[in-house]
Ligand binder design. Structure first.
Ligand SMILES: C=CC1=C(C)c2cc3[nH]c(cc4nc(cc5[nH]c(cc1n2)c(C)c5CCC(=O)O)C(CCC(=O)O)=C4C)c(C)c3C=C
Ligand SMILES: [Fe+2]
Ligand SMILES: [Fe+2]
Length: 351
């Protein structure tokens, strides 16, 4: 007897804003070799010498600016998404985080103990990056392979230009956009340029050719930059705003390597200086508001923009619990369930 289920995966937050909890979370996060992809000895040296002495206290302060009575915004919203999606599906929908809690290891164990036979793994990232989508999938598969290698799995692909996703993004953002906005900025989480090159299986296209992200190429299946540009274009086309009143940038860089640019903090200061007065910022790399949207853009970004002459910066909320986004997720699960039914019918008619 088959028992299908879906598993939503997101990044995770510290358990609290205490410095020890934030340190534990950062250590787990930055020990991931798909995030800090350098030799293990160098990674632990950098963590010990440069990151863990100061960053936990700084990040703890930032987290306490956005923390809610129920906990981290990312975790609270993810549980709300899980509940709403479950209500629209006939199968259990689980939720796990890559770092922190509820941990991927604990939830996969629960899935196995519950007797699930077929699992739809759903990384809640529209774009492919080794530090987000890939590491979430690998961690879940590692646990499945350890505990129940016979489990059948399917995987939600990066949905960066899927029509239904773009529609959900437009539905959730549109009420926050106004005719007198001077600029709509699409600020994506950045990644080191090295990650983009590593994820290009040809190693001869991404960031090698100047036009790499706009020239059709098979490597776009795993090119974060291409996928961010594609989301932006699809959103602009769908909503019908003037492209000259939009811009794109990348935020949240860490350490000194070159990251994808232009950098959001530099751009916000530049826009202020160049006379842009009213700006809206949306962050499509995140499906749920989190530290990086609420604090980095909604607080620090406002200071950056207004420090050079900008007048108002407003963060456009992520899709969070928007009905169109919940429908996107539940539709994917229900379609997958139908395909399982069709598979069973085909098999039984063949025997
Ligand atoms: C090398 C460092 C990092 C890479 C690469 C990276 C990629 C990446 N991250 C997200 C999504 C999120 N990141 C979040 C927080 C966060 N990210 C990094 C570092 C890298 N991320 C750090 C150190 C932190 C922790 C906070 C801090 O100290 O600044 C979050 C928010 C978590 C929360 O609790 O709210 C998200 C979400 C993506 C999608 C991505 C690659 C595309
Ligand atoms: Fe990050
Ligand atoms: Fe590219």
């Amino acid at each position: 007897m088959s028992k299908p289920a879906a598993l939503l995966l997101n990044l995770g937050s510290p358990d609290s804003t205490s410095i020890p909890d934030v340190r534990r979370y950062l250590e787990e996060f930055l020990s991931d070799d798909r995030v800090l992809d350098i030799p293990a000895w160098k990674r632990s040296l950098i963590l010990k010498l440069f990151i863990l002495p100061k960053r936990p206290a700084e990040s703890a302060e930032a987290y306490s600016e956005v923390w809610t009575d129920e906990g981290s915004p990312l975790i609270v919203t993810s549980f709300e998404q899980q509940k709403l999606v479950s209500e629209q599906c006939d199968m259990p929908v689980y939720l796990a985080m890559r770092y922190g809690n509820p941990s991927t290891a604990d939830i996969v164990k629960q899935i196995v103990d519950d007797g699930v036979t077929d699992l739809f793994i759903m990384p809640l990232y529209p774009h492919y990056a080794m530090s987000s989508y890939e590491t979430a999938v690998v961690a879940a598969m590692d646990e499945i392979n350890k505990l129940k290698p016979s489990m059948k799995t399917n995987l939600l692909q990066p949905f960066y230009q899927d029509d239904d996703y773009i529609e959900a993004l437009v539905d959730s953002a549109k009420p926050h956009l106004e005719d007198d906005d001077d600029l709509l900025l699409f600020s994506y989480h950045g990644i080191p340029e090295r990650h983009v090159q590593k994820s290009d299986p040809s190693h001869a296209h991404c960031l090698v050719r100047d036009d790499c992200c706009v020239t059709p190429h098979p490597c776009h299946a795993t090119c974060y930059k291409h996928q961010c540009l594609a989301t932006t274009k699809a959103f602009i086309d769908k909503i019908g705003i003037d492209q000259s009143k939009t811009a794109i940038s990348f935020q949240s860089r860490l350490l000194r390597d070159p990251w994808l640019g232009p950098y959001t903090d530099f751009e916000l200061k530049r826009f202020g200086k160049e006379g842009v007065k009213k700006i809206k910022v949306m962050c499509p790399a995140f499906v749920s508001d989190c530290l990086e949207t609420l604090e980095e853009i909604g607080m620090r970004g406002v200071e950056e923009f207004t420090s050079t002459g900008g007048e108002s910066l407003t963060l456009v909320p992520c899709m969070n619990a928007h009905p169109s986004w919940i429908k996107f997720l539940s539709n994917r699960i229900n379609k997958w369930e139908q395909s399982l039914g069709a598979e069973t019918k085909t098999l039984s008619s063949a025997t």
